[in-house]
Design a protein around this ligand. Structure first.
Ligand code: ZN
Length: 78
């Protein structure tokens, strides 16, 4: 039983690390195409290269809602 609880704890830690990685990851900018989009706030992403700001998910840019929002932004600015 002791081994089982150790495995359970490791799994939770692993999932936490993957969320942190996703949050800190750089995403491809739809505007300039560079892998420079970083999370600057909850649901707010900004490209360090061209400075464009995008609405996205809280921890990942690629959510259905975020994709719809960035499509809308692209349509409005394009
Ligand atoms: Zn950009």
């Amino acid at each position: 039983m002791a081994n089982a609880s150790i495995r359970y704890g490791a799994r939770i830690r692993k999932r936490y690390v993957s969320v942190q990685r996703e949050k800190d990851a750089l995403y491809k900018c739809p505007g300039c195409g560079r892998q420079k989009v970083k999370r600057v706030g909850t649901g707010v992403w900004r490209c360090a290269h061209c400075g464009k700001t995008y609405a996205g998910g809280a921890y990942s840019m690629s959510t259905p809602a975020g994709e719809a929002a960035s499509r809308l932004i692209t349509e409005l600015s394009g």
